[in-house]
Design a protein around this ligand. Structure first.
Ligand code: AMP
Length: 488
């Protein structure tokens, strides 16, 4: 199981943006560690640098200096579809006649084969779902340019919406191509795009993955600068003020004339379904989602968990890092002291990345070491945000028992993870999902714990605190908000 990607874009006339894009994607590194890339436009042409590896490995001072321009797009990738090679690193760049553009994608498309055949791309030719979209856009731009007078009207009117381009966009070929392609694109996509003169932000009609807009402070006579980011901390880091989230189904154009917003998808497709797991695990704790800071939401998850499933214990510990805020909430609510039981080696990568079970198990041991004096002789409440295959928690319980924990009460700050995700998280098959296969009693045995409790879906919604509507909880309930590509 791997996680979604990160996208960051900036439009800042008169400013060299490469280092700001670097800061933006560095702040989003937790969303993808496989490859990193930056595209920059100097209002004439676009330069792209991308490679496999972490942001700090791909970019140094010299590479950033080679990227000159005031419009930028950055991407960190964790592949959920497609190959894990250089070609699949993003932003994807295409040159279509007069128009060069770069695209960065967070999410996962669910009608890849249909789109590939629309693009006349044979199986094996395309590297990823994002690559197919870039190809389709470029084909459409080429088609529009092949007309004596590019007739963008057709594209703008080819969908069921009354999406009329504003005066400034009458000859916007990239936008016209997008209006044609986007309504055919299904699944999860938060896209950032740049061409020579504009930055475009797009969220799919379900808004599965987050994307937000910020504004940079500008001098007296300088034009307004904007940034877009998968998560708000990337805006904070470049000094941009959060303005709002991009709406599900919105296409936002940012250029010298300012901001223009379009909704090119058929109305019945607009069905807000933000991934609940962004709150549980993916997003940084300092990210603001649906108006609240994720850390506070996670504290509330822990508090609800303590109300729902109390335990008689001496110490509450969290599994670093993502289990910690919920553990704090559990302790606050229950009155049981909170303490640190495990130390994480912060220089180690993600244990999910490792290829097989033995390697994953060893990786947990290398990553987490117990604080023996804190744990010895104690009845522990151990809080983690989720159990997927059970690899992490099984190892942790054995580590804690080895150093003398007398009881282990496992509390999970999300409901059982039972269904695969098709919207940007590469989940193991259903057979590998522990909660899909075993009852709680069996799991107590497998994990060697004295009790186990999950946060209920109701309590999770209560912790998120913005009502029940507008979220995707498919991995927890099996209720997929769109058609999925397989039968389960
Ligand atoms: P597992 O070890 O397979 O049970 O996975 C659960 C652990 O991985 C928990 O400690 C989570 O914090 C973490 N986790 C949950 N979702 C993801 C994800 N999509 N990518 C990486 N780690 C995750």
């Amino acid at each position: 199981m791997e996680e979604a990607c990160g996208v960051f874009g900036i439009y800042a006339p008169g400013v060299e943006v490469a280092s700001l894009v670097f800061d933006g994607i560095f702040a989003l590194q937790h969303r993808g560690q496989e490859s990193a890339g930056i595209a920059v436009s100097d209002n004439v042409s676009i330069t792209v640098v991308k490679d496999l590896g972490l942001v700090t490995r791909v970019f140094d001072k010299n590479t950033l200096q080679s990227l000159s321009g005031c419009i930028g797009l950055g991407h960190v990738r964790y592949s959920t579809a497609g190959k894990k090679d250089w070609m699949s690193a993003q932003p994807a760049y295409r040159s279509a006649g007069e128009v060069g553009f770069a695209l960065g994608h967070n999410g996962n498309l669910t009608n890849v084969e249909e789109l590939a055949s629309l693009a006349n791309m044979l199986p094996g030719v395309f590297t990823s779902d994002s690559d197919i979209v870039a190809e389709l856009i470029s084909q459409r731009i080429n088609f529009l340019q092949s007309q004596q007078v590019p007739d963008t009207k057709d594209s703008f009117e080819s969908n069921d919406t009354t999406c009329v381009p504003e005066e400034n966009d009458k000859n916007n070929l990239l936008l016209a191509a997008l209006f044609d392609i986007l309504p055919r694109t299904q699944g999860a996509f938060s896209f950032g795009l740049i061409d020579a003169n504009q930055l475009i932000a797009i969220r799919d009609p379900n808004g599965f993955r987050p994307l937000c807009l910020g504004k940079l402070p500008s001098g007296n006579n300088s034009p307004t600068s904007y940034a877009i980011a998968s998560e708000s901390p990337a805006l904070d880091i470049v000094g941009a003020d959060f303005i709002r989230e991009i709406q599900p189904g919105e296409v936002l154009v940012i250029d010298e004339a300012g901001l223009r917003s379009y909704f090119p998808f058929p109305k019945e497709q607009i069905k807000p379904s933000l991934c609940l797991f962004e709150f549980v695990y993916f997003a940084r704790p300092d990210a603001v989602l649906c108006g609240s800071e994720v850390h506070a939401t996670r504290l509330r998850m822990g508090m609800h968990l303590a109300m729902q499933a109390p335990a008689d214990a001496d110490l509450v510990i969290g599994v670093p890092d993502s289990g910690v805020p919920a553990a704090e909430g559990f302790a606050m609510q229950s009155g049981i002291p909170y303490g640190q039981g495990l130390v994480k080696n912060r220089y180690i990568g993600r244990t999910f990345i490792t290829p097989n079970q033995k390697a994953r198990t060893d990786a947990v041991r290398r990553k987490l070491n117990p604080l023996k004096e804190n744990v010895k002789g104690k009845r522990l409440v151990v809080v983690d945000d989720s159990i997927v295959r059970g690899t992490t928690i099984r190892q942790i319980v054995s580590i804690l028992r080895d150093v003398g924990a007398t009881e282990v009460h496992l509390r999970v700050s999300s409901p059982p993870f039972k269904w695969p995700c098709f919207y940007g998280i590469d989940t193991p098959s259903r057979e590998e999902l522990l909660a899909a296969k075993y009852t709680e009693e069996e799991m107590m045995d497998i994990l060697d714990v004295d009790s186990i409790s999950y946060l209920s879906l109701e309590s999770l919604f209560a912790a998120v605190n913005v009502g029940r509507n507008g979220f995707c909880d498919a991995c927890l309930t099996g209720n997929y908000p769109t058609k999925i590509p397989v039968t389960l």
